[in-house]
Design a binder for this molecule. Sequence first.
Ligand SMILES: [Zn+2]
Length: 329
Amino acid sequence: MPLQNFQYDMIMREYNRRQAQNRRLLEERKADAYLKHPRLREIDEEVASLSAGKVRALLSGEESGLEDLKAAISLLSEERTALLLSLGYDADYLELPYTCPYCQDTGYVGSKKCICFKKAEIELLYTQSNLKEILKKENFDHFSFDYYSDTIKNEATGLSARETARRAYDTARNFVRDFDTSFENLFLYGDTGVGKTFLSHCIAYELLESAHCVLYFSAFDLFDLLAGSTFSKKSDSSGEEEFIYDCDLLIIDDLGTELTNSFVSSQLFLCINERIMRRKSTIISTNLKLENFSEAYSERTFSRIASNYHMLKLVGKDIRIQKIFLGGK
Ligand SMILES: [Zn+2]
């Protein structure tokens, strides 16, 4: 998804800030160096006036004298460099410094985004995803099948917890691999602590690393935010809502733990439906049993999910409790 306007503006504001900061730094350096050696100021003033003369000559097509001007400027530059070096500065000390030399802090090299722009984009997406810290630990590299038992069976399929986890893992991997070419949604369900949230974090990490816009919300926070933007008439609230409907991947975690009422139920339908229509992927995780889902929300919500989501059940013992017994790893 291309950046939304407000995201683009945030990044460009950062470039403006950098440019202003570097200009200030240059002014400070000049003031300092001129004080140490007033000849430097004279040279800069002479060069400025000679350069202006050069421009005038070029514009008027006056070729004669141009060579002399060039030679004079070059002599002054040499003198300036020698002075700077004698004062212990680098030769380019009084040039405008750039945080990124590739794009000179414009964000673009020619018409292409600079590597630093891409980095800023990913950084911004991480910050906005609400997942910045947790994903350092919760990603595919740290996924372990050791927590899944070989003996506990998924009654519906006859597969062991570990086999079930392996299939879910593969599905999650494929979800990431095909993300840009196919439209898929995941519905992760099963008891508390069987790795549903962890698996959704693994996916989020991979997609953020490839500069996709991922938003993560616990169901509680999501409905809280939607309630806030519905009931208060904040001027920027529609932007937030739009962002929820339009981001590349929306993760709604722990659905069923929030207070369900008719508002939540209708917002959930709206959100799910809107994203399906826009062909934007969503991952939902819940501890609810399927048979209780339509009761908690609505039949029409469940039917939208059942026909548009890949249903993935995880089984096993509570991993959080296992970790505590293993020494709080
Ligand atoms: Zn750059």
